[in-house]
Design a protein around this ligand. Structure first.
Ligand SMILES: [Zn+2]
Length: 345
């Protein structure tokens, strides 16, 4: 049974630089979902004249934006997980082929996963063949349980099962307060059964997703990208942050090493793991690269001058503050991680 307080909208407004002016708006409340009533509003809308219906009681709209034919993205908020946003802070992708669909990341709670699944079901009746997790972080896979029991295969980096075994109970514990008792109680950690060692092509029927597993630690040690070869849209997971300050939970040097290979991917545009836009590729990497290089340069300079960690941290990456949201929430952690990694060079 679906329980969800979210409404959602599916927008056919094209992503920047991608197309037409057709827009379809649909929405569903949790109450409506519980009562199996669907309110559907379809309209041809030009420019910003969409009539958006927000049902009484709906707290958080769940919006799906059409990127290209059979390709959609939901943009999570640029925010920290809270009971109010129910972990809806990361981006979710949907790709539909001739025969089947795939979802790329499942959101930060079962409620978000259910909203994404409900949106998918409004777009297509084709079976969901693959649930792809781009990495281990809760905001990208706590929604997995919403997609269990549908016959879909869960797919991830070959390190992801071990990462979940190692960190899963910590995630469940630390997100208990962030998400709230009721939401965390519904989360199940579902590891992938189809593992990507290097690259893997997934067929959706006349449409191939090319999955690439990073060989070294970067954002995490289980980062996976998904390229829709038909449209050359790259779903980059958290190897690409926009707006939201990057978070280093793997290796700063590994991430910087990976950037040229990421940039060389045959993509035209990217859906980042965090950030409210589809962006041209590889220009979308520019801000992130500048941030990571600044953190690296500051850390190296302060280490070389013998500055203790505690004195160094406030100055590592400080020139980047104005460029990013959630800077104060994550930059000190990044600075600490960078200092620790680089002091043994
Ligand atoms: Zn992440």
């Amino acid at each position: 049974m679906l329980r969800c307080n979210m409404s959602y909208y599916i927008s056919n407004e094209p992503a920047p630089g991608v197309g037409s002016h057709k827009r379809t708006v649909m929405r569903m409340t949790g109450r409506a979902m519980r009562q199996s009533r669907l309110v559907l509003v379809t309209a041809w809308v030009f420019a910003a004249a969409a009539t958006v219906f927000r049902p009484a009681g709906a707290q958080t709209p769940f919006t799906i934006q059409r990127i290209a034919d059979g390709e959609y993205a939901h943009f999570g908020q640029v925010a920290l997980t809270s009971p109010e946003n129910r972990g809806d802070i990361a981006n979710v992708g949907i790709v539909i082929g001739r025969d089947a669909a795939a979802v790329i990341d499942t959101g930060g709670s079962v409620a978000v996963g259910q909203a994404a699944l409900a949106a998918l079901r409004q777009i297509t009746a084709k079976p969901l063949r693959y649930v792809i997790n781009t990495h281990e972080h809760p905001d990208h896979l706590f929604g997995n349980a919403a997609f269990a029991g549908l016959g879909a295969t869960f797919v991830g980096h070959h390190n992801l099962p071990a990462s979940l075994r190692e960190h899963g109970s910590f995630y469940l514990h630390s997100f208990r307060e962030l998400l709230g008792e009721a939401e965390i109680a519904r989360v199940r950690l579902i590891p992938p059964t189809l593992l990507v060692n290097d690259t893997m092509a997934l067929d959706l029927g006349g449409r191939t997703l090319l999955l690439t597993a990073l060989h070294q630690a970067a954002h995490t040690d289980c980062d996976l990208t998904v390229l829709d070869e038909q449209t050359r849209t790259l779903f980059a997971g958290d190897l690409v942050f926009m707006d939201h300050v990057p978070v280093i939970d793997g290796s700063l040097k590994g991430w910087l090493d990976a950037l040229p290979r990421l940039a060389a991917m045959n993509a035209e545009r990217v859906v980042p793991g965090h950030g409210l836009k589809v962006a041209p590729w590889p220009a979308a990497l520019d801000d992130e690269r500048r941030y990571l290089l600044a953190v690296q340069a500051d850390a190296r300079r302060l280490i070389a001058s013998g500055t203790p960690l505690a004195d160094a941290v406030p100055h590592i990456g400080e020139s980047e503050q104005a460029h990013w949201r959630l800077f104060g929430d994550y930059n000190p952690r990044n600075a600490t991680a960078a200092f620790s990694e680089l002091e043994w060079e």
